[in-house]
Design a protein. Sequence first.
Length: 469
Amino acid sequence: MDQSRPDLDPLFDPDSVAVVGASPDSWYSARLMDNLLDYGYEGTVYPVNPSRDEAWGRTCYDGIDDVPEAVDLAVVSVPREHVVDVVRDAGERGVPAALVITAGFGEADEEGAELEAELAAVAEEQDVRVCGPNCIGLANVRSGTVLTSTCSRKPDPGHIGLASHSGALAFTTFFERAADEDVDFAHIVSTGNEADQSLTDYVEYMAGDPEVDVICVYVEGLDDPRRFVDVASAATRSGTPVLAVKIGRSDVAQAAAASHTGSLTGSDAVWESALWQAGVERVPDVPDLIGRASVHAAFDAPDSPRTCIASTSGGLATLLADLADARGLELPRSLPTPNGPCSTWRNCSPSANSTTPRTSAATGPKCSPKSPTTCSPTTGSTPTCSPSASRPSTTGRIGSRTTSSTSWTAPTTLSSSCGPAGKTPPTSTTRNRTNASARPRRFSTTRRTRWTRYRRWSTTARRGSASPR
């Protein structure tokens, strides 16, 4: 193992697990046991519950001391007043890691905060790596270690690491939405209140895992932001991108985070600057995080920022150009055409039957807008811009549609010098309404009767009667 990597293998990849508080009557511990056994874990599992002799076809032990071996990981799901004693017993037995599911600590009340401080002291004293308390759990998908009650389906192994201050978001939002889009994770961890191990520790651990191509984090607040910036910077420099959803832009969100996990989100402007300096990509929401992570996991980093935009929509291409420029990507100033300007509409069109020529950002109108001109074919192969006197009727429409005064058929040869589409359209957008006043109004008798009744009803309604005859 890499010596610079945190020793969290007993937490993420244990060979044996003791679930303290395992009971078929407890929703959290029962679902956790079911997921652990059903989703591919191949290690040894020991349920610990002094109130039962057997559960899940296995012997239940009265305490962590009664388990036949010193397990790698103790999962703790007992009332909060017993958590500290369980972790202490685990440390004395030689258990290197503990996952504390139990809530009701610093996020709850003053007594909970005192218990959390005591838990942190015991973890340091016994040298136990503690994840939590108040966390949903974790998953090492590549080894089949799924230790959570909220994973609704068996996860498929991928190359994305996720560390989240919110357990519900980690497993019921990030994971579920990603699974719907066939985006898979390597590690998922809910950090909880971080009495011992922090989100930064998990980022550092995942950055040292060769199976992790990109790391995603959901951040509410950090006790040591400087260390997070250093760890994230090291990860990005080593080729592992870090994507972050950082909440707390508003006062309301900051208050919500404090009541949720006891986190202080801090100044958003300071965080924005710190993430930028660390090379962390800040993303606004869950869909964007999943989308970017999937791209990082699927493709290697580009060799340069040079970018090409291919689009069937000029408007969309323009929007993408703005977005690319805002992100420091380089776009060509013009779009070269290997064989020169398009010579005919047929060659420029997406299909042979299309009459809409494609446009190119490399060419633009050269005819002065102050002197209206139009394109007309000449005897040569290249058309010229002729005075507006030769243009078709302004009441007509482009193409071969007949107007009141003339008809205009698209020329077979157009020059890109007469506009992006090879022509200057008529200035008027008025539709052809020839002899519109002479055309009779074709109201049927039924429609005329309905119209008359409506007029009568609207008149009587204004006078106080609301019922039409």
